[in-house]
Write a protein that binds this ligand. Sequence first.
Ligand code: PEP
Ligand code: MG
Length: 556
Amino acid sequence: METTLRGVGVSHGVAIGEVRHMGTAVLEPPAKQIPTEDAEREQGRARQAVDAVAADLMARGNLAGGEAQAVLEAQAMMAQDPELMADVDRRIAVGSTAERAVYDAFAAYRELLAGAGEYLAGRVADLDDVRNRIVARLLGVPMPGVPDSDQPYVLVARDLAPADTALLDPSLVLGFVTEEGGPTSHSAILARALGVPAVVALPGAGELAEGTMIAVDGSTGDVFVNPGEEKKAQLRAAAAERKAALAAATGPGATADGHKMPLLANVGGPADVPAAVAAGAEGVGLFRTEFLFLDDSKNAPSEEKQVEAYRQVLEAFPEGRVVVRVLDAGADKPLDFLTPADEPNPALGVRGLRTLLDHPEVLRTQLTALAKAAEGLPVYLEVMAPMVADRRDAKAFADACREAGLRAKFGAMVEIPSAALRARSILQEVEFLSLGTNDLAQYTFAADRQVGAVSRLQDPWQPALLDLVALSAEAARAEGKSCGVCGEAASDPLLACVLTGLGVTSLSMGSASIPYVRATLAKYTLAQCERAAAAARAADSAEEARGAAQAVLSGE
Ligand code: PEP
Ligand code: MG
C-alpha cells in the first residue's frame, strides 16, 4: 500500500529505489567490573583503539580530499580530544572495561553537545560515529558502515557520518534518507556536495524494511513508500521540470534585466575544481589555501608543492578569475608551528593575516609560489588576505605582494567590523574587497561561530550584518573598485538577490549552490533586488528581514 512520510528536504531532486540501511550500530558493551590491576592494560587498549581510529579517519580524509577531508580530520581530532581521553582513563581507573568507558565517556559528551544549540547538535552524528568506530575496534567486530551492494539503492540511516558518506559511490547511492539531522548536518552538506536528493529528520525512517521501494523528493521533503507507477511518473515529471528550469538558466550570473553578477566557486584545493567547472562557475572567488597546510603539523608545505596545487586550480579557469586567499591559520584552524598555544581567546588572537605578518617567511613562500604558478597562464589572479583590520594591515599585505613580484590584484577580506566601517581607507591600499560573512557575523555579534548556543546570531540575514555589507559595497563603488561576497551568505538564493541589491559585485559559494543562485537571480531585476535589500535592512531581526525580502520579491 502506498503511504507518504514527511521530513525536511535538504538536497533537490527525486530518487526512486530500494531501501538499504546503514551498517548496524555497535551494541552497548556490558557494564562489567574489572580488577584494579587490569586498569593500566585497559587504558592502553583504549588509547591504541583511539589512535587507530583517528589514523583511519585521517587516511579516509586524504583519500576523499576537499571539504570531506576537513570534516574527517575534525572527527579524528574529536577521537583524540584530551578531555574525553581523560574521562575514559578515569572511568577505567574505577573499574570500567575500555569499551564501556569509551561508550560512557562519549555518552556524557554527547549530552553536552545535543543540548548546546543547533550547530553543535548537528555534530552529534559525527561524535556517535567516532564512538562506534572505537567501540567496534575494541570489541573486535566489523566497523559500522555503508551497505555492501552492487545495485543502486536509497541509503537510509539514523544519521549519516562523514567517514562513510565521504567514500560513498554516487553511482550506487540514489539518495539519502535520515531519521535525524537538520539542514546543517553533515548528511545534508554531503548530499548537496554529491548532488544526490536527500530528506532528513524523517520520523519512522529506521522502521522502513530493507528492500522496500521508496521515492524520495528532496525538494518537498516527501518520502513515498511503495509508490505506484502513476506516482513515480508524476514525481519524475516534476523533477524533470525543475531540472529543466535550472538548466535553462545557464551562462554567466545576471539579474533578469542583465545586471551582471559573476558566480564564483569556493574551493579547498584541486579536488574541488571539477564540481566548480561542472556547475558553470565563472572562476574561483575563494581558494581556501589552508587545506594544503594541514598534512604536516610542523612545517609549511614546500614552495614546489604549493606551486603544483595552485597551478592545478589556476589552469582550470583559463581566462577566468581566481581569487586565492593566503593562509588563514589560527582560531578554529590552528597550526602547531604558527599558532600560539596559550591564547586565552584564539578568535581574538593571532590569526589570519596577523599570523602571516608574524611569520613573513611563510607569507613570502606562499606569494612566490603563487607568482610562479600563474606564470604564463592567461588567468586573472587575485590574492587576498584574511582578517584585515585596518589600512596598516592592508598596506603590509600589499607591500608583501609587491616584494614577492606578484603580478595580480591584491585585496582584503572584510571579516572584522572595523574593516567594513573604514572600507574606503583600506581601499587606498588594495584593489578589491571580499566579504567573509561567516567571520563578519562572528565579530559583529560577538558570537563565536563554533558555539551552537549563540547560533541565532550567526544568521547572515541579521540587518546589522546587511548594513556592514552595504557600507563595504558603497565604499568600493565610490573608489571604483570591486566588493564580492565569499561567505556562506552568498549560497542562499534569496539572500544572494539581497546582496546584489546591496551593491556587491560578485558572489562566491560552494559549487552545488551555483545553479540555484543563478536561477533565482535570473528571475528578478536589479531594481527588485534593491527594493528587497532596502526592505531587509529596514527590518529588526533576521526572520523579519528574510520575510520582508521574500514579500518584495514575490510581489506581495
Ligand atoms: C568567512 O569568514 O566568511 C570566510 C569566507 O572565511 P572562512 O569561513 O574560511 O573563515
Ligand atoms: Mg573567515
